[in-house]
Every structure is written in C-alpha cells, then in structure tokens.
Design a protein around this ligand. Sequence first.
Ligand SMILES: C[S@@+](CC[C@H](N)C(=O)[O-])C[C@H]1O[C@@H](n2cnc3c(N)ncnc32)[C@H](O)[C@@H]1O
Length: 589
Amino acid sequence: MKIFEANISYQVSVFLKEKLINVTSFESANQKMFDVCGIKYFFDNNDDFKSLILLITNTNKDLVAEPDREEYGDFQTNADLANKVAKYLSTKGISPKLVIEPTCGKGNFIIASLNNFKEIQTIIGIEIYKPYVWETKFNILDFFLLNSDSNKPEIKIIHSSVFDFDFQEISKQFQSEDLLVIGNPPWVTNSKLGSLNSTNQPKKNNFKNQNGLDAITGKGNFDIAEYITIMLLDAFQTHNGFLSLLVKNSVVKNIVFEQKIKKYQIKEIEKYCIDSKKEFNVSVEASLLYCKLNSKPTFECKEFDFYSVESKLKFGWLNSKFVSNIDNYLETSQVDNICPFVWRQGIKHDCTAIMELERVNSHFVNNLSQDIRIEEDLVFGFLKSSDLKNIVIEKTRKHTIVTQKKVGQETNYIKELYPQTYEYLNNNLNRFMDRKSSIYNGKPKFSIFGIGDYSFKPYKVAISGLYKTYHFTLVLPQNKKPVMLDDTCYFIGFEKIEYAVYSIILLNSKITEEFLRSITFPDAKRVFTKDLLMRLDLLKLAQLITRQEIDEQIILLNNKYTLNVDFSKWAGFLDEMKPEKDKQMTIFD
Ligand SMILES: C[S@@+](CC[C@H](N)C(=O)[O-])C[C@H]1O[C@@H](n2cnc3c(N)ncnc32)[C@H](O)[C@@H]1O
C-alpha cells in the first residue's frame, strides 16, 4: 500500500487511522507520534497532517508511478544489507549516541541502527525526496509498533537537500556525543548531472578545481557521494566516533588519495567490498568505507571482503607514492620514478559520426553509412582501445580526419587545400557545433584535441586506458603515414622503429606488469592514465632486464612480424633516456 507515494505497512496505516482520526491540531498529533516513536516533527505543518488524515481514510488514492530519479543516484540499500552493516559495526564495539544518515532514502540504515545500537539518543536523517521522508517515518513508526520496549531516541527526519543542510551547526550542537555517520549517498557523477541539466548539485561544483584540460582527461568528473563524504569529514572529523558509508570503490580510492593533502583526522581507514550486482543489481564496484574519526591522520586503507571479512590487501600512500597494493609494490618499487618519454593521450573529436571512416574500395564510408569522397591527405589510420589487442598493428580498421597539426590551429586552410574534405566537414557543421564539451567553445570550427607534433611520430607504443590488460602494442605506420589513436588510448612516439621495439619489449616485461599491477586500480573507469604511465622509469627497466631477454624478444618479433630490428641502436636508446646532462655524443646512431 502507498501513501504520498511512500510504502506504508498495513499495521502503520491502521495505527494512524485509529490514533489520529480524532486529533484536531498537528501539534498534538506530533506529540502523540513523538511519544510512540521518538520522531520529533512527524508532520512538518498542518497541511501535511490534514493531507495524511484525508489519505488514510481514503487509502490507495495516491498511487503514483515512480518518477525518473536518475539525477538522485537512487539505489536504496536493502534492509538485510543495512542490518549486516550495523551489526558488523556493533561487533567492532561501536555504540553511538548520535546517528546521522545524510541521505536517508526509505530509512533502512536508520532502522538497522535502531535494531543494533541500544544507546542512541539522537538520530538525524536528511532526504531530498518527500515520499522517502514519509516512508522513513512510517518505517520508524512500524519499528516501534513492533518493538515498543526498544530504546527510543529523539529522531528528526528532515526534508532537505544535503547540500543545503548545515552539518557544521549539528557538529557544534552535538560536540561531545559519540557519533556514527552511516548511510549510502547518491550514486551519480557531476558529469551525469550536467548532461541531465540537473540542479541536484553541490553549490561549490568546482571542488576538484577542474579546468578545461581536466574536461579532456576526465579528471574533473567526480561522484556526488565523494563530495558528500568530504562535507561530512569536514564537519565531523574532530568528533569522537566513526564514519561508515556505502560508496563506489573509486570514492574510497579518491578519499585515501586526497588524504595526503587534506590530512583528515581519521584512522583505521577500511574498505569492505560488497557484491553490488547482488545487493543493488548494478555493475558498479562498491564498498563500505569505514574510518575512525578524531584521530591522528593515517594514509593507507585495508581492504576486506564484506561478507567473509577476509583481508585482501592494503593500498594508499607509501611515503610519497600512491599504490594499489602496498605489499606487492615493494618488490618492483625501483622502477617507480619518471618516464624519460612523455606519454600522450590520443585524439579527442567528439564527432564519431562524421570523423570516423572506413575505407571501402576507393572511397570512405562514415559512421552514418554515407559514402564519402574526400582527399587522402588529412585521412589517417585510427585505432581505438578495442583495437589494441595484438602485439604489433600494421593495418587499421578505421580512419579519421586530422583537421589540425596542433591544438587551436585555424581550420579554414582546409577549404583551399582540400576542397572535398572541407565540403564534407562543412556540410556537417551542425554536428561539430553540437559538441557538448566546453573545450570546443571559441575554438576553430573543426577543432580536435590531443594533437601535436607527437601525433605524427611514425612508430608508437600504445596501451588502452580503459582495459585492465597489462599489455602494450607497437603501432607501425600505414601506407607511410603515422597511425592515430583515440582519446581512450595512451602512447609514446618514436622516429626510429628500434626505439619503439626496445620500448615494447621493456613494457611487456614481467617486471613492468607486476609494477603496474601494484599501482593501478582495476575497477577504475580508466585503469591507466597519463600520470600513472609517467611513473614508469624505462631507463631503470632497461638496466634491470638482461641483454639475453631483449635479444630473445627481438628475434621473436622479427620472426613473427619481419621487423628487421637488431640490437645496434640500444646504446643510443639508453642515451636518449638519460637526463640531458648525462647524455653522450652518439655519432653513429
Ligand atoms: C543511494 S540512495 C541511498 C538511500 C539510503 N541512504 C539507503 O542507504 O537506502 C541515495 C539517496 O539520496 C537521496 N538524495 C539524492 N540527492 C540528495 C540530496 N541532494 N539531498 C538529500 N538526499 C538526496 C536520494 O533520494 C536517495 O534516497
């Protein structure tokens, strides 16, 4: 049964009918409800009270279809999981006086807290969606109708956006109470909210200080849950107590990462991995983040399986390095330095329909299946993450139009030099104008990003940023032209095939894989990033790997791909990687 779009049990609806039918003011109704279930303001005002009376005497009238709640990141925690979380916390000896649920939804964490913590004096729940505020209140009432002898804290369920709520005020008011912040903040990112034109956003939306470049690299994208967790740490880090929130794994990682700078007064940072498919029917890796407040800051996080509490690994800061597996990292840490070559992200054009072409006989076909006849000059072979499966790539499935040689270059030159290409691009101008990202604002018409001299290097060594395959690919020129990669890929480029081959051998070595495994987070949206790849010291790797191993790999590659590469340029390669001041004059290179 539903009232105000909120589920209500039969028992609660009967209770409300019997107890409130003859009550005339909402103040006396509130007093009655407080006595039964501890909720301080069951009815916010007289209108709330009158509408409820009307509905319970005439139930089932308000059955409204659930609205689209994508912008609210609405994944309600099931009662069983909420109860397991609270129970586990109580086995750790946690028994709060004050419980705060920042986005309480239907209230399952509040009920779980009532079930498991017997010394609570105050509960504060906040929720933006009014039907859930009602449902939480109904659920609390239901709990006390079933458990009338249970400890009855003072409870406030507040209809508000968490972003408008003054946690600092609560922090001052309850300075000395033992606190538990518990819940499951919304699972939605600021980029998703942007694309939905949603106003359900923090006011200080730029809390990661993102700029135009971050929009390209994806660094400016953050989870609303991360923002909320940080709000809560800001307000309560100096309180005695604990914070325990279900969040995406990326949020836990970011909180630990930020800890180096923020130095929140938290310790015993722990992450309990849950099965999100089973609990929420979604394919997002999520965990319970747990930490003790009001403590000397710590910088690492222990990871466990939530169900077995089996310890998995430890990640976090080891001196000045952020690593995903502290124990394994120690075995390969000697290659953690600075890569002598600059890793680059591939081309971003945000116009797949027009910019991605397939060659069919003597012409091209675009992603809209239109036949395109344009000059060859600006068309280059193009690889995406999914293409980087083999060790060596000589031929591409796709092509792209490279409209600029560097970012910001005027694109009008195309009209004169390549009239067919210009006509094709200009006929589709609206598609370029419709590109959402602000990075294209005020830029030449057919602008692309991730382009520079480096894009035109003939030999490239590339990896997909998206896949958790620790595997690098050698990309060879196609028809004497360099091949381009898309912005999901990272690469280093070389003029000499030998340098590219030596690099691929070093990068596909066991030691590189072990090192990368100890610094990457396989559940991240982008497993590899430029920052991460820049940590690979290729010079150190070249010193660690034996001549015999390199020789063997050169022979294998030559046999399989007829590359005709030998060891003769190795010294020049090493020299190229040395810092400027250490370089030798290599005459015969
Ligand atoms: C992931 S659900 C979890 C709900 C509840 N904490 C639980 O564990 O079942 C997130 C909740 O946050 C609420 N919410 C979304 N944006 C909010 C905001 N700005 N302020 C308060 N609550 C919000 C949603 O309506 C939803 O109930």
